[in-house]
Design a protein around this ligand. Structure first.
Ligand SMILES: [Zn+2]
Length: 452
């Protein structure tokens, strides 16, 4: 194996191993508190077991065996303890108006009789459709909402620094998305916070999924001088970059002592309710006027996953550079686990769309953060780990793309190839994949008809 002697950046496993069920590899990083993310961090990555199955697929298997009726009873019992009857809010649902937050808030209010306040950490740069979906969430869905409009100057600088230092354009968004709701819950005295699904479902150690409460390490802190934003320590941001502490606090979690004084529990609704992204999508179309992207999202084949921030496409482009896994890999893996795609179709989709450059908003984003496009490309090249990438005649290519692997495939999982949707008779993988994409679009129009 010639690549075994090549350096692997970020502490990634030197040998690339793909899951035999989905299209993820052992290069996928696990979730990790962003304020501990430094330039020399050794990235914890997803485990692929001795049978060649990744933790996310193992969890999907576990999910099929969960007694969801029992989980719903647990949810009812929890909600019964907290439901208010004096007109006050009893839970807080963070979201920017994507399908998952719409689904969570709507279920809590209209199915379970709770009184949620919703809160929003807005995207770094809203897309038009994202802003409209956010408004529909409040206006058609019927929710009060507190939006935290960030200080744009600090946001720009931190976003640029997180790109320069970590090639991580989405960090400022992730930080706010994880910290705002628990902090507002403290301020408003709301005891319950509900996120939708647990991000750990997509590849953290399986134990992380076996509880409804989010680990406090994501939203509490004890020593501010040890925290990092954009890969730079807080004291250095203040001294070297002249950012006042008050402008940084927005991105940081609350002191753990505040949570000791006031009980705030942060739950995943996905622990209690079986969470299927496609179902959440149909539901939000029907109940909240949610609209999918009118055009295909760059880097993938889907039209309804995370489309509210112009920077989304950049986020996935950088995961492709750093880990060899782009947006189609993430989308298709999840759809295999929900049995909407076969692995063969997914491989074809990855081959066709993964790593597609997100050109649509590129110039606008560069203008926003004040970076020259050429500098961005040069920066990307610095983050290409030699064990994943090779440059031949000025063209970069992945050393171990999934379509060149002879990974034994565990075909028991994923969609059944004889499924109606795949009955186009196409032998070619890409054509089949395109047919599957068509299926997604058809399903969307069905959902739109139902909503009308
Ligand atoms: Zn897998």
């Amino acid at each position: 194996m010639p690549h075994e002697s090549l350096p692997a950046y970020f502490g990634l496993p030197e040998h690339v191993t793909y899951c035999t069920r989905c299209v993820m590899s052992n290069q996928r990083p696990c979730s990790y508190p962003e304020f501990k993310h430094t330039k020399d961090r050794r990235t914890p990555t997803m485990h692929v077991d001795a049978e060649g199955v990744c933790d996310a697929c193992r969890y999907a298997e576990t999910k099929e065996r969960i007694d969801w009726d029992d989980r719903e009873r647990q949810l009812q019992a929890l909600l019964d303890r907290y439901r208010s009857n004096d007109g006050s809010y009893d839970c807080l649902v963070p979201g920017s108006g994507g399908k998952d937050s719409i689904y969570a808030a709507h279920l809590l209010k209209y199915k379970y009789g709770m009184h949620p306040l919703t809160c929003t950490w807005p995207p770094i740069m809203y897309t038009d459709i994202g802003r409209q979906n956010y408004l529909n969430w409040c206006d058609i869905g019927g929710f009060d909402n507190v939006t935290f409009k960030q200080n744009g100057r600090a946001m720009k600088l931190l976003t640029r620094l997180s790109i320069e230092n970590l090639l991580h354009p989405f960090q400022t968004f992730i930080l706010g998305q994880k910290n705002l709701a628990p902090k507002l819950a403290l301020k408003f005295g709301i005891p319950l916070v509900f996120y939708g699904e647990n991000e750990a479902e997509y590849g953290n150690p399986i134990a992380d999924n076996n509880q409804s409460l989010r680990d406090k390490s994501y939203h509490t802190m004890s020593d501010i001088s040890k925290l990092h934003l954009a890969g730079v320590s807080v004291p250095e941001l203040i001294e070297r970059y002249q950012i006042p502490l008050v402008d940084l606090m927005t991105y940081l979690p609350a002191e753990h002592t505040l949570y000791d004084r006031q009980q705030i529990d942060v739950h995943y609704l996905g622990y209690y309710v079986k969470w299927t992204p496609q179902e959440a999508y149909y539901y939000s179309v029907e109940h909240s006027g949610f609209q999918a992207n009118p055009v295909r999202t760059e880097g993938t084949y889907s039209k309804y996953n995370s489309l509210d921030d112009k920077i989304d496409g950049f986020h996935y482009y950088t995961t492709y550079i750093k880990f060899g896994l782009g947006r189609a890999s993430y989308d298709a893996s999840q759809e295999i686990r929900n049995r909407h795609l076969t692995r063969e179709e997914a491989v074809a989709l990855v081959r066709r769309f993964d790593g597609e450059f997100p050109a649509r908003y590129f110039q606008e984003i560069m203008d926003f953060i004040g970076m020259k496009p050429d500098d961005f490309h040069a920066l990307c090249d610095k983050f290409r780990s030699p064990h994943l990438w090779v440059c031949e005649q000025g063209n970069w290519r992945l050393r171990h793309p999934i379509w060149q692997q002879s990974t034994p495939v565990d075909a028991e999982h994923g969609a059944v190839p004889g499924d109606q949707r795949h009955a186009d008779g196409a032998a070619d993988g890409v054509a089949k994949a395109a047919a599957a994409t068509g299926a997604v679009i058809q399903a969307e129009s069905a959902a739109n008809r139902n909503a009308a």
